[in-house]
Write a protein that binds this ligand. Structure first.
Ligand SMILES: [Zn+2]
Length: 279
């Protein structure tokens, strides 16, 4: 993931990190990236990994990337459990995120350093978070009043002490669906971006406007996470097909409908982030 993000930050585009749910959705992500000649990040939540198991997910990636020519990374999203992260490293993930952002600052630094130590010898990239991103991620719910933007002063210390490959500062985005216009702290993002060349990650991508994406990408966000939009496409793709064909009961047609709905979402984001023809 490191190489693709360094390149993206330099050339001011972003690589989409798409949260997959199963083999079919992973297939969509890999095949759409290949078609659009885009680097891509297949992203897995801890819950999805627990549901399927470590080895099946890695075997899907291997199978799906056998004939691809575009760079594909497999990344573990928000995780605070170091033994879980270790299991992903052992199983073959190419990138992991340690999210110790809910811990006191010093402990966040210490835990993130520890993950860098675990990952680096294997050539695996590490993303870490500072501040608190709002909304729901797996079972963690951060209420709006508890959202803390990453402080630029702390970000400076963090980036000096922890050699991460990707840094996720909280800048006012939220996971899930936005109620009203999100307030993005562009000035803060700019300050943090100027501290180093480390590619930044933009969480809570679903529902942000084209203008917001473009501005964040200009300011150094090289990785954009898309999860909620894919959850909707996954379920609505199924539902709408069944509603339109209530008597059909052809599971493969339903999977195809899900595939098509997901593909529209993935392609739209790749084009929006400008990573097409960058592989
Ligand atoms: Zn996130």
């Amino acid at each position: 993931m490191t190489e693709m993000l360094i390149k993206a930050r330099e050339d001011k585009y972003a690589v989409g990190a798409f949260n997959i749910l199963d083999y079919n959705s992973m297939k969509v992500v890999v095949e759409t990236a290949q078609e659009l000649q885009s680097p891509v990040i297949v992203q897995t939540s801890e819950k999805t990994v627990s549901f399927w198991g470590f080895d099946p997910i890695v075997s899907w990636v291997k199978e799906l990337t056998q004939n691809t020519t575009v760079p594909v990374a497999i990344h573990l999203d928000h995780c605070k459990d170091l033994s879980f992260i270790q299991s992903c490293i052992n199983a073959g993930w190419s990138s992991v995120m340690i999210d110790a952002s809910s811990k006191p600052f010093e402990e966040n630094i210490r835990l993130s350093q520890q993950v860098v130590k675990m990952a680096k010898p294997h050539g695996i990239s590490v993303e870490a978070e500072l501040g608190e991103i709002g909304g729901i991620e797996d079972d963690m719910i951060i209420k709006e009043e508890d959202v803390h933007l990453a402080s630029a002063k702390k970000a400076k210390i963090f980036l000096e002490k922890v050699k991460v490959d990707c840094f996720a500062p909280a800048i006012g985005t939220s996971h899930g669906i936005y109620k009203g216009e999100p307030k993005i702290a562009f000035e803060r993002l700019k300050e943090i971006s100027q501290l180093s060349d480390t590619p930044l990650a933009l969480h809570g991508g679903t529902g942000l406007s084209e203008a917001v994406f473009k501005k964040c990408i200009q300011l150094g966000c090289a990785k954009v996470n898309i999860s909620t939009q894919l959850k909707y496409a996954f379920i609505d793709g199924f539902l709408y097909y069944h509603q339109a064909n209530p008597k059909e009961y052809n599971p493969l047609a339903v999977l195809q409908a899900q595939y098509s709905a997901l593909k529209i979402a993935v392609a739209e984001n790749i084009l929006l982030f400008g990573s097409n023809q960058r592989a």
